[in-house]
Design a protein around this ligand. Sequence first.
Ligand code: NAD
Length: 510
Amino acid sequence: MTAGDVTEAPARSQKPAERRKYRMLIGGEWVEARSGETFESVDPFTGRPWADIPRAGPEDVDAAVRAARAAFDGGPWPAMSGTERARLMRRLAELIAENAERIAIVETTDNGKLIREMEGQLRGLADYYHWFAGAADKIHGETIPPDRTNFLIYTLKEPVGVVAAITPWNSPVLLMSWKLAPALAAGCTFVCKPAEQAPASTLEFAALVEEAGFPPGVFNVVTGFGEDAGAPLVAHPGVDKVAFTGATSTGKLVMKGAADHLARVSLELGGKSPHMIFADADLDAAANGVVAGIFAATGQTCMAGSRLMVQDEVYKDVLERLADRARAIRLGDPLEEATEMGPVAFREHLANVERHIAAATDEGARLVTGGARPDAPALRDGFFVEPTIFGDVENTMGIARDEVFGPVLAALRFSSEEDALALANDTPFGLAAGVWTRDVQRAHRVARGIRAGTVWVNAYRSVGPMAPFGGYKQSGMGRENGLAAIGEYTETKTVWVELSGATRDPFKLG
Ligand code: NAD
């Protein structure tokens, strides 16, 4: 069984040969939307539609949540031992590794991110399922010493129930897996609504879940738009927990929607992460790290190091190095191995990025390089924008405060460590930060002083299944990855057992 009608894997660097027609996986069945409606997924390199996707509405969402409930309430999944669940998760990991290239090509065709990034991401994805499979049989409560001798008190860790995952377009399968792997380990069932701009890879992934042999209803996918599929999923009373990744503004709506039925919520939201270079840093390595932070993935990552902060003494030198490197970045077909930067993911987003660039110029930021669409004929149809750097930025300017989610770097200068920390923390966001210095004491001091969920020292944009990831402030709540993530998908039950059989005073707390 497969997600789409066209099943053959396209060859390396080849787009899917025919336009694909996908179906959704609900309760173990591959289905169209009940309305019969579909929408187009557009390839951002060619600007043309390449796949037709079911447009789910509230009825489809209801069917998916019911399927997940049936697999949970007295269903097979939470009844299995952690050891059995882990076995299936490991099988899924093997299938992901076997199909990494094929799914990476689908993802690149859908969102325009480089094949070299997506393939690496998909291969690494198997590790997340192996890691959480390793945790599945180690989720346990504890025995608690009571303050009286006639009681035994212990806790049980139980799955939270049906999880609704809503994901963005930039790394659809990876960001879903940050939710799915711990949720499966904990014994939850799952409904995913991927972003409308890049839904195909999640449907391809669903076919692997089915092939691995998970019971029907454990994993369901509904594809559609935020208003008519995302919002009804969040508001569905059959959902126990909403795990969301996306924009901060949408996250606030999600939290309000979940509040009506008090579903648990975890949010991974936007950022404007400071990337600090001290004068004592290895400047070559730091410049390379800044490129990784803002031009990798065409800047479309939540953890983008979009706010560069450079100490006065080396500010000019660093900006010159970065401008040279930015001008040399190879733009092109994201399916070509040699390409370093692809298009942004969709037409409206390109307009968005261009608006931010125009506003920065109007505010008086100095354009160091980029700022326009490239004029090479080969790039004309794609949603390309040049790698862009603004210098002499003030932290009060929009370009230093608002998330662009594109290849646009705002460079600020600082004089001292105190000055750097004050600037770094002067933001509503708190997702990540980078610090480049050779001074080990400063590195730890600054890492401690920054209010953000992840700090990289002499590195940037590294993640892994073992390390918690998430935001302070308006970058979100809750943590994905690491053992902390298991806590997001479990409830704690406390059991009190009276041991003596003695009669108690019924009118006293005891
Ligand atoms: P978005 O918020 O527009 O969309 C994300 C998802 O939410 C999509 O599936 C969309 O259909 C859905 N959605 C939209 N409106 C909804 C509603 N009212 N109710 C329920 N669901 C709704 O975000 P995007 O443009 O797809 O992604 C970019 C944003 O995601 C950026 O802000 C970025 O920083 C953030 N992001 C965060 C992380 C992280 O881990 N912190 C990772 C990647 C992206």
